[in-house]
Design a protein. Structure first.
Length: 301
C-alpha cells in the first residue's frame, strides 16, 4: 500500500513541555517507533505539522532587534529542515540500516486572495496566559485566540493549491524511499504580478496539504495521526461519543474547532470525496490498528 501519514506538530512537541531540541528529539523517537510498525511492505510518505516549532522560531527571530524578523515562509522552510532531520535520523535508527530515506523541502502554491488571510485561525508557537497574550498583541501586533485555558498566536492558513515537488516525491517512492515532505503544510508560495514565485506570510494547514499530497500520489490511505484516539461528537461533554466510521455526506467539518479537529476532519473528507479511498484519524499509538480498520475514526466512501 502507498500510505501518507500526517503527523501532528503537537505530537512532536506537546503542550506545556519545554521547547528544547532534546525534548523534541525524545518525542520524535517515540513517534517513529509507531511509524516503523507500518513501513515494512508499504510505500510510506510522512508529512508533519510545525505549529509549535515555527512559532518558537518566530519568537527567536523577533528577539534579535538589529534585523527585521524573518517572514513565516522562511521560518517554515527552517522548520521543515529541522523536523525532517530529526524524523529521518530517528526513523533510520528504528528501521533496517539499508532503508533509504529522504527529507524534501516542499514548496506549495496558495492563493494570495484566499479568505484565510482575513481570518487567521492557525495556532502556532507556545501557549500564553491571557495577560502575556495581551502584552504580545500590543507590542508585536500578533493575533491571539483561545487554546483551552490559554492563548496562542494565530496566523493565516490558506488552502494548498499545488505541490511543486510532487514529481521528485514520486521518483523517490518508485525507488523504495521513505519520503518526509510537505512539512508544516509546505512552504507557502504564490506567483506575483511578474510571474515570479515568492513566499507569503502564512502557515498552511498540514492536514489539508497531506490530503492534497495523498491525492496527487494516488495513495491508498491517508492517516491523520494526532494525540486523541479519533473524532468525537460533543467533545469534552458528558455526552461525548467517538465516531468510529463516517461518510463525507454524513458530517459537516465546520461544526468542529477550526484550530484543531476541524481541519483534520475536513482534510479526510476531502481526500475520500476526491479519490474514493479511505482516510483514518486517530492516535499515533494505534497507527497499525488504524490501518487495519480497528481503531480511530474511519472515513470511507
Amino acid at each position: 500500500m502507498r500510505i501518507v501519514v500526517a503527523l501532528g506538530g503537537n505530537a512532536l512537541l506537546r503542550r506545556g513541555e519545554p521547547m528544547t531540541a532534546d525534548q523534541q528529539r525524545r518525542n520524535v523517537g517515540v513517534a517513529v517507533k509507531h511509524l516503523a510498525r507500518i513501513q515494512s511492505g508499504n510505500e510510506l510518505v510522512i508529512a508533519h505539522g510545525n505549529g509549535p516549532q515555527v512559532g518558537l522560531l518566530a519568537l527567536q527571530a523577533a528577539a534579535y532587534a538589529p534585523v527585521s524578523p524573518y517572514p513565516l515562509d522562511v521560518l517554515g522552510a527552517e522548520s521543515e529542515g529541522m523536523i525532517g532531520y530529526l524524523i529521518e535520523q530517528e526513523l533510520g535508527n528504528a528501521l533496517p540500516t539499508e532503508t533509504p530515506m529522504a527529507t524534501l523541502l516542499t514548496q506549495v502554491e496558495v492563493d494570495p486572495d484566499d479568505p484565510a488571510f482575513q481570518h487567521p485561525t492557525k495556532p502556532i508557537g507556545p501557549t500564553y496566559s491571557k495577560e502575556d497574550a495581551e502584552r504580545l498583541m500590543d507590542s508585536r501586533g500578533w493575533q491571539m485566540a483561545p487554546d483551552g485555558p490559554y492563548m496562542r498566536r494565530v496566523v493565516a492558513s490558506p488552502r494548498p493549491r499545488r505541490i511543486f515537488e510532487i514529481r521528485p516525491i514520486k521518483w523517490l517512492l518508485e525507488q523504495g524511499t521513505v519520503v518526509i515532505c510537505a512539512g508544516g503544510g509546505g512552504v507557502p508560495t504564490f506567483y506575483n504580478r511578474d510571474g515570479k514565485l515568492q513566499g507569503i506570510e502564512a502557515v498552511i494547514d498540514k492536514d489539508y496539504c497531506a490530503a492534497l499530497l495523498a491525492h496527487d500520489l494516488d495513495a491508498d490511505c491517508l492517516i491523520i495521526a494526532t494525540d486523541v484516539d479519533g473524532v468525537y461528537e460533543d467533545w469534552g461533554k458528558p455526552t461525548q461519543r467517538l465516531i468510529e466510521r463516517i461518510r463525507p455526506a454524513d458530517i459537516d467539518p465546520t461544526g468542529f474547532p477550526a484550530g484543531s479537529m476541524g481541519p483534520k476532519l475536513g482534510a479526510a473528507l476531502d481526500f475520500v470525496s476526491r479519490t474514493g479511498k479511505t482516510a483514518v484519524i486517530g492516535s499515533l499509538e494505534n497507527i497499525d490498528a488504524m490501518l487495519e480498520g480497528k481503531a480511530g475514526t474511519r472515513v470511507t466512501p
